[in-house]
Design a protein around this ligand. Structure first.
Ligand code: SF4
Length: 83
């Protein structure tokens, strides 16, 4: 597996490994630091219907939406607050 480098450019990144690490991180967030499954899915459904979603990222803030939507204090940064 390629080591993930904070200072790498896109062409240097092993995208599969990066995505896998991100999903592992999301799965490891403790329950008391995440919204419940229903709210999480509701937020992601809103993102899926939003034209600002691109390649798993929000074009407004640059966050991975699956990570941003997980946190209870997070909110949609779009002009129309979808969640
Ligand atoms: S603007 Fe809001 S709904 Fe749209 S992708 Fe970003 S976080 Fe999701």
């Amino acid at each position: 597996m390629k080591i993930i480098c904070k200072r790498c450019l896109l062409e240097d990144i092993d995208r599969d490994a990066y995505t896998e690490k991100l999903m592992e991180y999301i799965a490891a967030v403790p329950e008391d630091q995440r919204v419940d499954d229903e709210e999480y899915q509701r937020r992601l459904d809103e993102c899926k219907g939003c034209d600002k979603l691109a390649d798993g990222m929000c074009a407004v803030c640059g966050c991975y939406v699956q990570l941003r939507a997980l946190k209870p204090a997070s909110y949609c940064p779009g002009e129309i607050k979808r969640w």
